[in-house]
Structure formats: structure tokens, C-alpha cells
Design a binder for this molecule. Structure first.
Ligand SMILES: [Zn+2]
Length: 139
């Protein structure tokens, strides 16, 4: 079982797929700022944490890509696993190297966007871990 990210979004101006995960995120292709936001970071974090609890790592065994959100989430799960398997580099370094080596084809415009999004997910995962430790400490 896995928690999917049922989310598709295209820029109204140029049609590029991307995720406005904060209000001021511009389209990574044409720079248009819609001003809308979708709370995808917390959905990806929930899904990642769920898999970590079930499997002990973030990348699901099988991950059906049913939406653009699923596609993005699967990339972020993989980079999280790459990061947590090592302890020499910062998440920023790992994310940059991992996605810089990726095969983007005609979606190269997404690279910086996905790197930024992965950093947001990482921050939330670390925050969630700290919150969980604090809660357990209070009991
Ligand atoms: Zn656009």
C-alpha cells in the first residue's frame, strides 16, 4: 500500500507541468506567477513517512504513477533514500548532485524546481522527526 499524490497542474500560460507549492513559486518554464498554492509538500511528507514506517525506507517497492504529483513524489523519495544512506554531505549537496545527473529530456526546466521542492520536503521530514521526539519526551 502507498499514499498517492493525486495532483496535476499545468501553467495556464505555457502549459508546463509544475507544482506551485508556495504562493510565490513561478512557473519554472515561463516565470508566470499564479498566486495559487497547493499543499503538496505535506502530502509528499505524509506519504514518505508512511513508507518509512512500513518499509524502513522512502522509495516504495511499486509506485504506480497516476499523476504528475506521483511522478514528482517518486523522484523525491529516491533522493531522500540516497541522502539518508550517507552522512557526509548535506541534503542540498545530495539533491543537487542527484538531480543534476538525472535524465530530464524535455523536462529539464523542472530540475531546479524539483531540487527546491525536495529541500522543502526534507525540511518538513526533519521537523516532523523532531516534533515526534519532543512529543514522546513529554509522555
Ligand atoms: Zn509557464
Amino acid at each position: 500500500m502507498s499514499l498517492h499524490i493525486m495532483y496535476n497542474h499545468q501553467c495556464p500560460k505555457c502549459g508546463a507541468y509544475y507544482i506551485p507549492y508556495k504562493e510565490d513559486i513561478p512557473c519554472p518554464k515561463c516565470g508566470f506567477v499564479e498566486g495559487d498554492k497547493a499543499d503538496i509538500v505535506s502530502e509528499i511528507v505524509n506519504s514518505a513517512n508512511y513508507q518509512m514506517v512500513c518499509n524502513g525506507f522512502y522509495t516504495p517497492f511499486a509506485w504506480y504513477i497516476g499523476s504528475f504529483g506521483d511522478h514528482v513524489a517518486s523522484m523525491i523519495f529516491k533522493v531522500l533514500d540516497v541522502f539518508y544512506k550517507q552522512d557526509k554531505k548535506s541534503f542540498d549537496e545530495v539533491s543537487f548532485e542527484y538531480f543534476n545527473d538525472g535524465e530530464w529530456g524535455d523536462q529539464l526546466y523542472l530540475k531546479g524546481h524539483i531540487i527546491d521542492l525536495s529541500k522543502e520536503v526534507y525540511k518538513q521530514i526533519e521537523k516532523h522527526k523532531n516534533d515526534t521526539v519532543k512529543q514522546e519526551g513529554n509522555h
